[in-house]
Ligand binder design. Structure first.
Ligand SMILES: [Zn+2]
Length: 224
């Protein structure tokens, strides 16, 4: 709580960064990455819960959905009595990396920028689980029986088919199989061990997120 609370002074709160995603696990995962990689994000992140559904929207629907999301983000900042620094919007592509990834990301990013200005569209290929496959050491540190088979190492994990299935069927075994709610813990372990600096493979959407975070801290947070 601000030291001025209750004194009649208006609290000088730092501008907030709003997180949106397809579900709670996405938002938790994004929060962990942002807070752990950039401590200046701590205490600034707030969430909006309606699921993001942008990549498959028709042009008219996209504008409508982006407008609704922007209104929610602005209202969330107002609730915090803070300015809106920017918005991170996560969605899975649900397909392997290809030229379509680049086109879809740019199309939705432009629509978001037109409405919000400072915004990062985080489109994961194929889905967030492909990022987890970059961090074999973290997976084994979290659950000792979890191991990424050699055939998935040093690969472009964005081009693997159905990484969630790979996580559930090939990396993890009964009785302790991977669940979607494990994703934030895997990422937290990866960052704690420093694995994010030496991923065991590549993934353009992961690299893009790292660039977005750097850009955000250099521009959207610095200017405030
Ligand atoms: Zn930003």
């Amino acid at each position: 709580m601000s030291p001025h609370a209750g004194t009649g002074c208006r609290a000088q709160k730092k501008p907030v960064v709003v997180l949106a995603g397809e579900d709670r696990n996405d938002r938790r995962s994004l929060r962990i990455i942002l807070e752990e990689l950039r401590p200046d994000m701590r205490g600034r992140l707030v969430e909006i819960s309606p699921p993001v559904r942008l990549r498959e929207a028709s042009p008219a629907n996209l504008a409508h959905r982006v407008g609704k999301l922007a209104n929610l983000a602005r209202a969330r900042a107002v609730r915090e009595n803070a300015e809106l620094a920017c918005v991170f919007v996560h969605e899975d592509l649900d397909a392997a990396d290809s030229e379509a990834y680049v086109q879809t990301r740019e199309r939705v990013q432009k629509a978001l920028e037109a409405e919000l200005g400072n915004v990062h569209y985080v489109l994961a290929v194929w889905e967030m689980e492909a990022w987890l496959l970059l961090f074999p050491e973290a997976l084994t540190a979290l659950v000792s029986t979890w191991k990424i088979p050699a055939k998935y190492r040093a690969r472009d994990t964005g081009r693997l088919q159905d990484p969630k299935r790979i996580m559930m069927r090939e990396v993890t075994k009964a009785p302790r199989r991977y669940r979607e709610s494990d994703a934030p813990d895997v990422l937290a372990t990866a960052v704690a061990l420093g694995c994010h600096e030496r991923p065991a493979g590549g993934n353009r959407s992961w690299d893009r997120l790292r660039e977005d975070i750097a850009q955000c801290c250099g521009r959207h947070l610095q200017q405030r």
